[in-house]
Design a binder for this molecule. Structure first.
Ligand code: PEP
Ligand code: MN
Length: 267
């Protein structure tokens, strides 16, 4: 029997910068990986213009192939710090181990634990002690029960501000990169207090599928979405196929409004 007493006491509202998850539908957007000041500045401009206040961008990238771009690491810190301050945005990024977590604390307004580290209990304990809100991605081969146990590790170390993020799991479907488990989103929302968001970008693996999956997540009751976007997706050093252009991201926000209006209508 699953034991998650701490998780059941978690905050239903989680503040990251000015955004409070758990009230309406909130966005986290930006590139897969921080690549250059020019790229991140364009993303920050668009994000702010849209009224979104949280920028994302990987500095330490857990790539499937050791030969792929691993992120700028510490080299990217200064450009992130400058853009975060200039635009007054909150910044969310992934910690891949205890060392990167420690380094990111002054820079990140929330710590992301990625799919590949969802069951890294040592890292979960560190993140739970960090004092920062934690966005825990579901491992792509992790059951809901295992996922909740992972989140309980965070809560047991003192984290109360936890956001769960469904980002797709491995199923028999091969036409999308992963299967966005919206049943799990609805199930979690019905039983646990903390916000649950979706990451349609990593589930889709293809830019054209990001909008329909985002709309479906909004309709299923998600508290928000994390979207990868970048000025020139074709030239991105990671996840080129799934990143939206900045124009596509703006359009996605508009499209989602229709679903959100329907969601708040009385039954
Ligand atoms: C990411 O959000 O940058 C990422 C690597 O996602 P995931 O851990 O879900 O694969
Ligand atoms: Mn990515």
């Amino acid at each position: 029997m699953m034991k998650t007493p701490r998780l059941e006491q978690c905050a239903p509202r989680v503040a990251i910068g000015r955004t409070i998850f758990g009230e309406t539908f909130d966005w986290i957007a930006g590139p897969c990986a921080v690549e250059s000041a020019g790229q991140l500045r364009c993303c920050a401009e668009t994000v702010r213009q849209c009224g979104v206040s949280i920028l994302r961008g990987g500095l330490f990238k857990p790539r499937s192939s050791p030969y792929s771009f691993q992120g700028l690491g510490r080299e990217g810190f200064e450009l992130v710090r400058a853009i975060r301050e200039e635009f007054g945005l909150a910044f969310v990024t992934e910690a891949v181990d205890a060392e990167s977590l420690r380094l990111l604390l002054p820079l990140a307004d929330a710590i992301q634990i990625g799919s590949r580290n969802c069951l890294n209990y040592a890292l979960l304990k560190e993140a739970g002690r960090s004092g920062k809100p934690v966005i825990l991605k579901r491992g792509f081969a992790v059951t809901v029960e295992e996922y909740l146990n992972a989140a309980e590790y965070l809560a047991l170390e003192g984290a109360t501000e936890i956001i769960l993020c469904e980002r797709g799991i491995r199923t028999v479907t091969e036409v999308t990169r992963f299967t966005l488990d919206l049943g799990a989103v609805a199930w979690l929302k019905a039983r646990f207090p903390m916000p649950v968001i979706a990451d349609p970008s990593h589930a889709a693996g293809e830019a054209a599928l990001v909008a329909p999956l985002t709309l479906a997540a909004a309709a299923a009751g998600a508290d928000g979405a994390m979207i990868e976007c970048t000025p020139e997706p074709g030239n991105a050093r990671s996840d080129a196929g799934q990143q939206l252009t900045l124009e596509q991201f703006v359009r996605l926000l508009e499209q989602t409004e229709n679903i959100l209006r329907g969601r708040s209508a009385p039954c």
